[in-house]
Design a protein around this ligand. Sequence first.
Ligand SMILES: Cc1cc2nc3c(=O)[nH]c(=O)nc-3n(C[C@H](O)[C@H](O)[C@H](O)COP(=O)(O)OP(=O)(O)OC[C@H]3O[C@@H](n4cnc5c(N)ncnc54)[C@H](O)[C@@H]3O)c2cc1C
Length: 390
Amino acid sequence: MTIDFELTELQQTLRDAVIKICARFDDDYWLQRDRDGGFPHDFYRALASDGWLGICIPQAYGGSGLGITDAAIMMEAISASGAGLSGASAVHMNIFGLNPVVVYGSEEQKRRMLPPIVAGAEKACFAVTEPNAGLETGKLQTRAERHGDRYVITGAKIWISTAQVADKMLILVRTTPREAVRKSTDGLSLFYTALDRRFVEVCEIEKMGRKAVDSNQLFIDGLEVPIDDRIGEEGRGFHYILHGMNPERILIAAEAVGLGRAALRRATAYAKERVVFDRPIGQNQAIQHPLAECWMELEAANLMVFKAAQQYDNDVPCGPSANAAKYLAAEAGFKACQTAIMTHGGYGYAKEYHVERYLREIMITRIAPVSPQLILCFIAEKVLGLPKSY
Ligand SMILES: Cc1cc2nc3c(=O)[nH]c(=O)nc-3n(C[C@H](O)[C@H](O)[C@H](O)COP(=O)(O)OP(=O)(O)OC[C@H]3O[C@@H](n4cnc5c(N)ncnc54)[C@H](O)[C@@H]3O)c2cc1C
């Protein structure tokens, strides 16, 4: 097998086109969004109008039908433009979030649900995490009870991003009580349905960074969901979600590499121009070496991102690579953002140099959708064959 490390002509064109759109939204645009909050609608529309939101959605439903490798190139480019997680998270859900509908939805559901997401006419959020479950998805307590041709959902979700602006939500809830199923992850069902604010109270969480893209607590009280909005079979929701977990890790990893590169670019430029003790600070090895390390670690993480993406696109099992990519990219991105601040000295702490925003945003890639500890547990168990520790 030959390994080609270069982008194909199509991928290079794709990357250039995304970079061109992102150039219209510079760091000052994102700084403003970070100060004031509010969803970056104009950025979202710019990507939607050029058809980028459907990059992974099959052509039959209005998308481009490309793979995760192409989507990773796109998300890296968005993040690396300086848009960081503010930009990437604004469109992240459109890119791959509806994959369970693509894979497990009926033909009627695909025709109804996918085109509005591709066109940017509808926004969706992804509601899994719950206050009392955390990373232990089998402990989800939000319930959907069947009443004839409808379900009624009651419960609470937390951290749900873009719920302030979303029209729809992809939600995982319990349809069979925990006591009545063998495995805790059985008895969960997946719905893609309207976020009807008469029955869902959406409370924004004040958070450390990425103010442009909200994250929320949802209090759901008697939300009626037609049976037609259930994706796949009742009770199999967790298995459907699992299918999309690896691509999601790959995309988050690509976003982390992108933001790390943005930080490195700013730090390097500053190191060349800032003169102290009559020499550019970048002439000192103590400044150069950490930057060189960041470059190497970002490159290595990026290789793992593309290994995982290629495996996924070629139907090769990619769990270890996808998890490793997400871990390595988040850590490399974090180190690059932190190093960028230190390279800037005091100015790194000032908002107008942007790198402090990068540091606050890169933290998300470390925490979500799965923590570094849980990735290490996964590698220890599934790759090294050590006993399950949790
Ligand atoms: C900005 C942001 C946006 C998000 N957006 C969404 C969203 O759109 N939709 C959604 O559903 N969720 C979202 N999340 C939630 C995110 O996926 C969770 O925060 C993440 O999965 C971790 O869950 P938790 O916060 O409940 O941590 P917990 O499960 O409470 O874990 C806390 C800590 O304990 C560690 N830990 C727990 N068990 C073990 C163990 N056995 N061994 C070692 N360490 C352990 C964890 O690694 C972690 O460090 C978002 C989170 C953030 C911060």
